[in-house]
Design a binder for this molecule. Sequence first.
Ligand code: BEZ
Length: 252
Amino acid sequence: MSANNWDSSLYDDRHSFVWRAGAGLIELLNPEPGERILDLGCGTGHLTAQIAQSGASVLGLDSSTSMIAQARQNFPGLKFALSDARDFRFDEPFDAVFSNAVLHWVHDAGSAVRCVAAALRPGGRFVLEMGVKGNVRRLRTAIEDVLTEAGHQPKCPWFYPSAAEYATILEEHGFEVRMAQTFDRWSKLEHPERGLREWLEMFAGPYFEGIAREDHERMLRMIEERVRPELNRDGVWWVDYRRLRVEAVKLA
Ligand code: BEZ
């Protein structure tokens, strides 16, 4: 799996907690009827649709063709477009940019924040949630240890800055940070036996690119056994998510 080659059915079937947990972020966005809002990294479109219920005019943007196809199928009345978070531009400015559980895939945060700033009107708001420093620490340690012990050099596909690091990037691109909050959100996985395996297949694929399927399988089993004491409670899998929530405003 590359970050641009998502299994959108697995995402909607088993990982709906990602967008369900993001619903509280819409309260922070507080969309108003008639506002123009960009949903950056809209995935399968569920939060785009919730924003649209406010009467705002929303455009969902994602870099994955399968996510955009699924979003169009889920919500045929809404607008979706394919674009890279590091390289997009619009002629007509937005009142707000919203982003849930996407920016931890974007290592080049400066380019993404530059595009967001250019897409907003002065005074426009940027409301985001992403993994923060220490996100999925137990899982990440096990993945990287198992890969290293097998002679690989693990390359983390995720970008988990601290609140201060991300606030600095926002300020460098003309934002004032009104709120930045870091918090734990342990998340329960849907399938009792296969939950962790499905999470690893959905989100950790880039770690295993180029590795033979049987070696990959063996490593997945080792990872499961290493994290089981901490991440499996009474037969149910949990992931140790930590989130960063930010509200920033583009200065005039
Ligand atoms: C997250 O939402 O925190 C996350 C998503 C994919 C991989 C790792 C973490």
